[in-house]
Design a protein around this ligand. Structure first.
Ligand code: URP
Ligand code: ZN
Ligand code: ZN
Length: 482
């Protein structure tokens, strides 16, 4: 199947230029001006931008949490991603114990092969391409021995947590050893940075004092904990002499820590997410404040502004979503693809903020929202937009130049972007399987018009041609420090 996209303006992380693109089967075959191809179906992209498909490095699909599960699965979440211009997503695999451990696993301990197989099964309905990060939430000699086997499984990333005491957190010694093992095996550690001990203390004190409303979620997870833990992770990476990637950066001070460490040669990279650029603790004080509950929490206007500076000045490297949606009211069904769906959500914590499932929708919103508020508002260039939403995640996570690139030989994951399309955004336009949208009624200018996945058009305006099962698992190689 050949397609010729003519007269478009190509935007890459490095440059913007006019050219035609010839797609042959799954790949970009040629990029040049004046291309002709009799056998190809031709699309005139005059006035449109051609972007590499978005790469979202941070999503949680079908993730069990508290007494429910994140409400997008590996089909609905992928479909929503495509509607926002994203063609590759990276999900996190919870480390699970196998009833009969495979490989080097030990009974009663996490087993990477078993955990990955569970997630691969869930992802059989994938509609776009995907890969996984492994949550490293237990650490001992046996787990350490298993880590190199992840490379053979196509996984080169380990997420560690400095918070969630007694559940997900590792102590600093274990994190440091994980960094050393990552270095030896060409892998990358990703870190969730908050201070678990401080959070545990503040949550107990808040509950004892009868504070149960959503704002207490933010008040018990102070920004200083995120700043201190980000610096601690950077310092450990410096001491292990290996890169580290800080996920969902949310506090202005984290940007300062990143800058400080990078200027001193530490290979630390940072991701922020759109929600941290706009929203504050005041959103949690609204009657529907539970909609904004995620960890780390929303901060202040000053934090929003410093994160924007981090993007403008190139201190940060990526914009992911941390897409982990829940219904606001999971007792009321929504209609998704013609069928009623209701999944328990934020109402689970209506009397206690600690029981509100943590996470927000955003997989579709990311690129259109960032285009309007970043590129159109003059805060970032179109090339920075491509770098943050596609090229840098592909480079960091070992997919470049197959993904994240408009190059001959790259996968033909292509977005025809209409920079003038005006939309009134919100839940009615969203394919995220939840009952609310954080950007309700926002006026956006600039939106994906057509989306190709490995040469096949999966989206044309409102028409969805993607299918469950069409997405491929991407085994990733060694990534690059950017
Ligand atoms: O609240 C969030 N972000 N839930 C997803 C888990 C995580 O820590 O990223
Ligand atoms: Zn996290
Ligand atoms: Zn996350």
């Amino acid at each position: 199947m050949n397609t010729l996209i003519k007269n478009g303006t190509l935007v890459t992380a490095e440059k913007t230029f006019q050219a035609d693109i010839l797609i042959q089967d799954e790949k970009i075959q040629r990029i040049s001006s004046g291309l002709e191809a009799d056998s190809a179906s031709t699309i005139d992209a005059s006035g449109k931008l051609i972007l590499p498909g978005g790469v979202d490095p941070h999503v949680h699909l079908d993730l069990p949490m508290f007494d429910t599960v994140s409400s997008d699965d590996h089909y609905t979440g992928h479909k929503a991603a495509a509607f926002g211009g994203t063609t590759t997503v990276m999900d996190f695999v919870p480390l699970a114990e196998s009833p009969s451990p495979a490989g080097r696993g030990v009974r009663g301990e996490g087993d990477f092969r078993y955990s990955l197989d569970l997630w691969l099964k869930k992802a059989q309905k994938a509609a776009i391409d995907y890969s996984f990060h492994m949550n490293l939430t237990q650490f001992n000699e046996n787990i350490a021995k298993q880590i190199p086997s992840l490379r053979e499984m196509g996984i080169q990333t380990l997420k560690v947590f400095t918070a969630y005491n007694g559940r997900l957190r590792l102590d600093d010694g274990s994190i440091f050893k994980a960094l050393q093992i990552a270095k030896e095996n060409g892998m990358l550690v990703m870190a969730h940075c908050e201070n678990g001990d401080v959070i545990e203390t503040l949550v107990a004190q808040a509950l004892a004092a009868g504070h149960t409303t959503p704002e207490w979620h933010a008040l018990t997870r102070p920004a200083w904990g995120a700043v201190e833990a980000t610096f601690r992770m950077a310092a450990m990476a410096g001491q292990a002499d290996t890169p580290v990637y800080i996920v969902h950066m949310n506090a202005g001070g984290e940007v300062d820590m990143l800058k400080y460490a990078r200027e001193r040669g530490v290979k630390v990279m940072g991701e922020t997410c759109p929600q941290y650029l706009f929203f504050t603790i005041d959103n949690l004080r609204q009657p529907d404040g539970a909609k904004w509950i995620c960890s780390p929490p929303m901060r202040t206007k000053d934090d929003n502004a410093r994160l924007w500076e981090g993007l403008t000045e190139g201190i940060l490297q990526t914009v992911g979503t941390d897409h982990c949606p829940f219904f606001f009211d999971g007792r009321e069904p929504i209609i998704y693809e013609g069928k009623p769906v209701a999944i328990p959500g934020k109402e689970l914590g209506e009397d206690d903020f600690t029981k509100i499932p943590n996470g927000l929708p955003g997989i579709q919103d990311r690129m259109p929202v960032l285009w309007t508020t970043g590129v159109r508002a003059g805060k970032i260039t179109p090339n920075q937009f491509v770098a943050y939403t596609s090229t840098n995640p592909a480079k960091i996570f070992g997919l470049y130049p197959r993904k994240g690139a408009l190059l001959e030989g790259s996968d033909a994951d292509i977005v025809i972007w209409d920079p003038e399309m005006k939309v009134k955004y919100g839940v009615a336009m969203s394919h995220q399987r939840t009952d609310y949208n954080l950007y309700e009624d926002w006026e956006l200018i600039g939106y994906p018009e057509k989306v190709f996945l490995r040469g096949r058009m999966i989206l044309d305006g409102d028409a969805w041609m993607g299918k469950a099962g069409d997405g491929q698992f991407l085994k990733r190689g060694e990534g690059k420090f950017v």
